[in-house]
Each structure stands twice: as C-alpha cells, then as structure tokens.
Design a protein around this ligand. Structure first.
Ligand SMILES: [Zn+2]
Length: 141
C-alpha cells in the first residue's frame, strides 16, 4: 500500500499532539475526492477530543464527532491517529482492541523523545472471528 501524507497534515498532527500533553492526542486523516497515484493520500488532519477516562494513557474518539466525516461523500476517512506521550510508536494491547480496524491506516506518533517525534503507520487486522448462530423464524399470514 502506497501512502502519502501532506506536510501540513503532519505539522498539524504534531502541533495537536504537543498541545495535548500530557494527554494522548487523537484525530482522523482525510483523503479528498481528487485523484491520486497513492493508495492512501492524506490531505487533511482533523484534530478530535480525547474522551477517554484516562487520557494520559489511552484515547477514545466520540462517534458523534466522527459522524460528519464518515457521511461526507467528498472526502474519506482513511486514517485514525493518536499520540503516545511516553511510549514508543507501537500499538499497545489496548490499541489492538480498537474498533477502527476497518479504516485502512492506523497512525501513532511517539513523543517519548520530544525533540525527535517518531511517527509510524500500521494496518490493523481483526484476528478474532465473529461468531454467529442460527435463529428460527416463521412467516406470518
Ligand atoms: Zn496507543
């Protein structure tokens, strides 16, 4: 998968993460409808509030904040972003329980070394299968 992130998106992401300290920052990454030679082409970073109960070590995006972007036909949410104020930019056990695995890219910015921020991007796959069982029904008259 080829991925391009605009310089402005990167800068906005970094600024939002620094301002959110000591909390984890979060946001989404948007691709415009314009054509691109990249599979994922990030034009815009949208900072969102971290609604987690313990925002210094986890993040939570409120679906209501996300909804306007998910329903916008002209632009697509192609990435979920959050920062790790004190940890490396590797998904935590908590991160791997995410429900955002349907979004193609998952970005983590580590501010462990403030003068040398480390941004990494991942694709997450849900490994546990979804169970189902058959129900009965009748067709009424
Ligand atoms: Zn994390």
């Amino acid at each position: 998968m080829s991925i391009l992130i605009s310089r402005k998106s990167y800068d906005d992401m970094l600024t939002h993460s620094m301002r959110s300290l000591p909390n984890e920052a979060c946001g989404i990454l948007i691709q415009d409808a314009s054509s691109s030679e990249y599979d994922v082409h990030i034009h815009t970073f949208i900072p969102l509030h971290n609604h987690a109960a313990h925002p210094t070590r986890e993040f939570s995006i409120h679906p209501v904040e996300l909804l306007p972007y998910l329903t916008d036909k002209r632009r697509t949410v192609v990435g979920i972003f959050h920062s790790h104020p004190k940890a490396a930019s590797i998904p935590s056990a908590e991160d791997l329980t995410t429900l955002w695995h349907t979004i193609p890219t998952y970005w983590i910015l580590s501010l462990q070394q403030r003068e040398n921020p480390d941004l990494q991007v991942y694709a997450l796959k849900k490994t546990t299968t979804t169970a189902y069982h058959k129900l009965s029904f009748v067709i009424g008259q």
